[in-house]
Design a protein around this ligand. Sequence first.
Ligand code: PLP
Ligand SMILES: N[C@@H](CCOP(=O)(O)O)C(=O)O
Length: 462
Amino acid sequence: MKYISTRGKAPALSFEEAMLTGLARDGGLYVPETIPQMSHDDIAALAGLSYEETAFRVMRPFIGDSFTDAEFRDIIAKAYANFNHIARAPLTQLAPGHFLLELFHGPTLAFKDFAMQLIGQLFEVALKRRGERVTIVGATSGDTGSAAIEAFRGLDAVDVFILFPHGRVSEVQRRQMTTPADANVHALALDGDFDDCQARLKDMFNDFEFRDGVKLAGVNSINWARVLAQVVYYFSSAVSLGAPQRKVSFTVPTGNFGDIFAGYIAKRMGLPIDRLVVATNQNDILHRCLGGQGYFKGETIPSISPSMDIQVSSNFERALFFAYGQDGNAVAQLMDELQTGGFNVSQGAMEALSESFSSGRASEEETLATIAATLKSSGQLLCPHSAVGVKVAEQLRDPAVPMITLATAHPAKFPDAVERASGVRPPLPLRMADLYDRPERVSRIDNDLAAIESHIKGQITA
Ligand SMILES: Cc1ncc(COP(=O)(O)O)c(C=O)c1O
Ligand SMILES: N[C@@H](CCOP(=O)(O)O)C(=O)O
């Protein structure tokens, strides 16, 4: 199994190399050269299996010979051992034909734990075998950062630096990043928004002297392994609702397009997915683009679903690559145009995108009202991101096809917005009940590449 860049000019790599490399050296993102297929019988055989066994069967074909079966099974077992729910990703019912996939039972209470706990283990095994050490730098609008810190804290072979937008994450998210005492964890509050954090991260990858000097690695969904781990819960949830005999649709609260792109991979592998619905908040560049208005950057407006306050959705590049028939030159050209504001998508590519994706947008008022209404109708307390998903799913779903909306974070990560909507202040789970009492450690940093690089070089612990 080889991985190729969406911009067509970087060397093809194995799974392990692609995982440790992060961004391709031509600025593109790694994708599998061919997408492994699961037959009707392969999918039917997933019924009744544990989440871990499903994860092994779904991901194994992508791993090639990077890890042995025994290593990979052990890694999966360790990755999900810390989840607070035996099903790992349980499904609950909101209404007839509408289901909620709870992805917030991991250690940091967001769907990021599904991938980050796994790649923490994968990195540890791979780096130990190679005798190498890396510097992980991540950009976060709130959840990736805490999940990465939790997965890599205390490991000898990595330093982990997380750039988050100062003042634009919830207090719980910030404290999850700033309170771990481990020496290899470094939280950086950047003066800018998430797009600035992600742009500086990509700049660091494109500065080869810095990149090679610090042995830069990435754990954002730039990293293919992140996307792969998220493919699994599309299979586990669809099968529990009757796939492959029955089609299902998914609505995904979307920002960087990693989670929904994992759904696209599941569909391409053979899972009978009818629609993949992109749900955005008021930062709706993806909704506008999928509605035929081109992909043009606007200003990011802070919202009550801050993790989705994103204008440049990194993984949309992967979707474009497939929509443009795997033409790396065409994608490279679009990404050049994005540097100066945006681009129009060709008619053929729009048709290809429309075969899989639909989209909708929820306003702040609709999000608040959905939290209140869902609590009343089903007893389920939603986080604002999940509420964006539920609102859009209700607008777009076909009553003949079961709809699964992804609940991407626990409501306790956003207590102010949830209380404002519902009158209920969700308590933190017991394992982090003292979060507000722990001392914080954070460095404030300018939105300036040289300043960030110099800070990182000065803080690396080994
Ligand atoms: C809670 C939550 N919901 C939704 C999203 C959007 O997911 P993606 O960036 O994969 O589109 C994020 C951020 O990634 C998030 O943290
Ligand atoms: N919403 C994310 C943004 C980064 O997304 P990623 O999936 O590329 O890591 C966050 O919470 O940080």
